[in-house]
Unconditional design. Structure first.
Length: 186
């Protein structure tokens, strides 16, 4: 499976701020001027949450696990593990009410937007219709998600290989017809 350029940067660079800056520069800035006021668009966050929940996270799913994997590029169980860890790490991902007592975005919406931006290398405004999340919020979610994931999982997954890891990777490569091979062929 080919890795995206963003994924490669994430795996090869421990400085998460630099990763985010490079990604944002690649995407291009869509904000105009700091003096321009933003217009609030009522996009019914609750409808987005309900749709997402019913489609992928309810007891009787609309879409089966293979479709979940195709859309998110990870298994549902891993998504939920990441969601639980990220919610515990940064309360930004916990659903709250705003000053007008409107229910805000759920962690499912924020994490879904971030994961889909990473998996498909799409811009933040691409998330608005299905997830019901605005462009600036999608970007903020992406930044906070990357920082949280690196902070939470870096010791476990972004570490140097040990002998056990090397043996497992060599065995996996050999089972796929690549004996004594440890890397990617690009």
């Amino acid at each position: 499976m080919a890795h995206s350029s963003f994924s490669n940067m994430l795996l090869n660079n421990s400085d998460d701020n630099e990763i985010i800056i490079k990604y944002l520069m690649k995407e291009g800035s869509s904000s105009q001027c700091d003096t321009v006021q933003r217009r609030y668009i009522e996009c019914d966050h609750l409808q987005g949450y309900e749709r997402l929940s019913l489609d992928y996270f309810a007891e009787s799913l609309v879409y089966p696990p293979n479709i979940f994997w195709r859309r998110f590029r990870i298994r549902r169980s891993l998504f939920l593990r990441i969601q639980f860890a990220v919610e515990g790490h940064d309360d930004y991902f916990i659903q709250k009410r705003d000053n007008a007592q409107r229910l805000g975005l759920s962690s499912l919406q924020k994490i879904t937007a971030a994961l889909r931006m990473l998996a498909y290398e799409v811009t933040a405004d691409f998330m608005d219709e299905y997830v019901r999340i605005g462009e600036s919020t999608a970007m903020e979610s992406l930044k906070k998600f990357v920082k949280a994931v690196v902070s939470i999982f870096s010791e476990e997954y972004l570490r140097s290989l040990n002998n056990k890891d090397i043996a497992r990777l060599l065995a996996d490569g050999e089972s796929h017809g690549f004996p004594r091979m440890l890397g990617f062929i690009d």
